[in-house]
Design a protein around this ligand. Structure first.
Ligand code: C2E
Ligand code: MG
Ligand code: MG
Ligand code: MG
Length: 281
C-alpha cells in the first residue's frame, strides 16, 4: 500500500536505521582526509618462482590506518574511493611510494632486485596523461621501468577504449610491464589477450583454491596457463595456501605464485629482512 511505501521510504532515510549508508557518507569524507593525513600504508607480498622459490617480485597492497576503526583492508574502502574519484590521488601516492621502496631493494639470488607490482584502478588508468605520469614517477624514484609491473583489471580492457590501448602501448615503449589481475573472474573476453601490450596473467585465487577439488579443475588451470604462455604472458597464481595447491600448480605448468603459503603481505622494513634472509615465512 501507499502507506507502507511511505513508511518504507521514511525508514530508508532515517540515519539510525540505515547505518551502512551513513557509514559510507562518513567514509567518503574521511577518505578525502586520509591522504593528506598520512594514513595510508603499503604492505608488500612476495611473488615467487615456483621452480626454486626465489622471490622475483612483490605486490604492493594498500592499507588505511583509520583513527577509530583501526587498520582497514582495501576491500572495505576501495569501491567508495572509486565512487568519489579520490582513488586517483591515492593510486598515484601508492605508485610513487611503491616505486621508491622498490628502488631500495637489494638483488636476490638472481643477481637483480625484485620488481614491484602496483594495482591501478580503471579510473586512475583512464586519467589523461597516465603513461606520462608513470614515466615521471620512474624518473623521480630512479626505478628502472622493467622493475615496475602495473596490475589492471579486465573491466578496463573490456571497454576496448582506443585511449587505453594507446596508453598501454606507451607504457610498453617505456619498458613497464602490465598484468591482468584477477583473471577469469570478470566477463572474460579472451579476445583481448591477443593484444601484445600485456605481459602477465594473474590467475584469480578461485582457480588456485579449486585446483585440488577435481581433475577437471586442474585441467582447466593447466589450460589457462598454457593459453597464457601461447600469448607470451607469464602466469602468476594468486592465493596459494597449501603445499598441495603448489604441487598441482607446478604440474599445471604455472611458473609463479603468490599466497600465504609463501608469505603474507609485510611491511617495507620486513621486505628488506625477507630479501636478506634474516626472516623467513
Ligand atoms: P588483489 O590485487 O587481487 O590482491 C590480492 C589480494 O589477495 C590481497 O588482498 C592479498 O592480501 C590477498 N591474498 C594474498 N595471498 C592470499 C592467500 O593465500 N589467501 C587469501 N585468502 N588471500 C590472499 P588485499 O590486500 O585485501 O587487497 C584486496 C584488493 O584491493 C586487491 O586485490 C586489489 O584489487 C585492491 N587493492 C589493493 N591495493 C590497491 C591499490 O593500491 N590500488 C587499487 N586501485 N587497488 C588496490
Ligand atoms: Mg593485484
Ligand atoms: Mg588479484
Ligand atoms: Mg584478487
Amino acid at each position: 500500500s501507499a502507506k507502507a511505501e511511505a513508511k518504507g521510504r521514511w525508514r530508508r532515510y532515517r540515519p539510525d536505521l540505515d547505518t551502512s549508508s551513513v557509514e559510507r557518507i562518513q567514509m567518503r569524507a574521511e577518505l578525502e582526509q586520509a591522504l593528506p593525513g598520512g594514513r595510508f600504508e603499503l604492505d608488500y607480498q612476495p611473488i615467487v618462482r615456483l621452480s626454486d622459490m626465489v622471490t622475483v617480485g612483490f605486490e604492493a597492497l594498500l592499507r588505511w590506518n583509520h583513527p577509530v576503526r583501526g587498520r582497514l583492508m582495501p576491500g572495505s574502502f576501495i569501491d567508495i574511493a572509486e565512487d568519489t574519484g579520490v582513488i586517483v590521488a591515492i593510486g598515484n601516492w601508492a605508485l610513487a611510494t611503491a616505486a621508491a621502496t622498490a628502488a631500495s631493494w637489494p638483488a636476490t639470488a638472481d643477481g637483480r632486485p625484485p620488481y614491484v607490482s602496483v594495482n591501478v584502478s580503471a579510473r586512475q588508468f583512464r586519467t589523461a596523461g597516465f603513461a606520462a605520469h608513470v614515466e615521471h614517477t620512474l624518473a623521480e624514484t630512479e626505478l628502472p621501468a622493467d622493475r615496475l609491473l602495473l596490475e589492471i583489471t579486465e573491466t578496463l580492457l573490456l571497454r576496448d577504449d582506443e585511449q587505453v590501448w594507446h596508453d598501454l602501448a606507451e607504457l610498453r615503449r617505456l619498458g613497464v610491464r602490465v598484468a591482468i589481475d584477477d583473471f577469469g573472474t570478470g566477463y572474460s573476453a579472451l579476445n583481448y589477450l591477443r593484444h601484445t601490450a600485456l605481459d602477465v596473467l594473474k590467475l584469480d585465487r578461485v582457480f588456485t583454491s579449486s585446483i585440488t577439488t577435481s581433475r577437471h579443475q586442474a585441467d582447466l588451470v593447466a589450460g589457462i596457463v598454457s593459453l597464457a604462455h601461447k600469448m607470451d604472458l607469464d602466469a602468476v597464481a594468486e592465493g596459494v595456501e597449501s603445499p598441495e595447491e603448489l604441487d598441482l600448480l607446478r604440474r599445471a605448468g604455472c611458473q609463479y605464485g603468490q599466497g600465504y603459503l609463501f608469505a603474507r603481505p609485510m611491511s617495507t622494513r620486513r621486505t628488506h629482512q625477507w630479501l636478506t634472509g634474516t626472516i623467513s615465512a
